[in-house]
Ligand binder design. Structure first.
Ligand code: C5P
Length: 231
């Protein structure tokens, strides 16, 4: 049944604006949203809380397989995330957690442990899937595959603004270094590296506003799924 449920994948590097676009698109179409990065971040957080070494592939994979997490819809904005009975907020969005996520995301057993959990998000009426390997590995049969890029400088500025808006301090230079390190690790790893699927449509968003990116994605989605113009 799930194979017939439409899915739109949005992949790209850190800070490119996938989260903002995906939330907007899911909201606009009334589709479900998969924030796959959150699953890697939650696994990293749960592993750190258990004092595991992030390189310990079998232990971290066991944490991923048994992850007790709920994504609770809220009226506006990102869902409330409950990990093992406790709401997690800023801690999950920090660059420290993003980096830890990127380290454990390079481990094939961890990726394998999260695969089915991600596919289970494909529920009617449809899914918007945000990540690095949504179009290449998790949903290779997606109806539409989008891939966003932006210059490293622009992505650092976007992430800096986002962290500031969430009340988290971030030093621009450190952030630039961390994003560069994370991008390099995500694109050079052997397991599901960050890259556009062969049939993905790529958009360089460096000089585009959020509204322009959202409009680009909505037009393509409507066309591909045969949705009415006012959807
Ligand atoms: O997107 P976000 O910054 O929350 O992702 C955190 C990290 O999780 C990424 O840097 C990446 O290493 C990993 N990730 C992944 N595959 C995905 C989503 C995220 O490897 N589909």
């Amino acid at each position: 049944m799930s194979a017939r449920v439409p899915v739109i994948t949005v992949d790209g590097p850190s800070g490119v604006g996938k989260g903002t676009l995906c939330q907007w698109l899911a909201n606009r179409l009334g589709f479900h949203l998969l924030d796959s990065g959150a699953l890697y971040r939650l696994t990293a957080l749960a592993a750190l809380r258990r004092n595991l070494a992030l390189e310990d592939e079998s232990q971290v994979a066991a944490v991923a397989a048994g992850l007790e997490v709920e994504f609770l819809a809220v009226t506006e904005g990102a869902p409330r995330i409950v990990l093992e009975g406790e709401t997690v907020g800023d801690e999950l969005r920090s660059e420290t957690c993003g980096n830890a996520a990127s380290r454990i995301a390079a481990l094939p057993a961890v990726r394998a442990a999260l695969l089915q959990r991600q596919r289970d998000f494909r529920q009617p009426p449809g899914l918007i899937a945000d990540g690095r390997d949504m179009g290449t590995v998790v949903f290779p049969d997606a109806n539409l595959k989008l891939f966003l890029t932006a210059s490293a400088e622009e992505r650092t500025h976007r992430r800096h603004k986002q962290l500031n808006e969430q009340g988290m301090n971030a030093n621009l230079k450190n952030l630039a270094d961390e994003i560069a390190k994370r991008d390099a690790r995500d694109s050079q790893r052997a397991a599901a590296p960050l890259r556009p699927a062969a049939d993905a449509e790529t958009l360089d968003t460096t000089r585009l506003s959020i509204a322009e990116v959202c409009n680009w994605a909505l037009m393509r989605t409507r066309r591909r799924l045969g949705l009415p113009k006012n959807s």
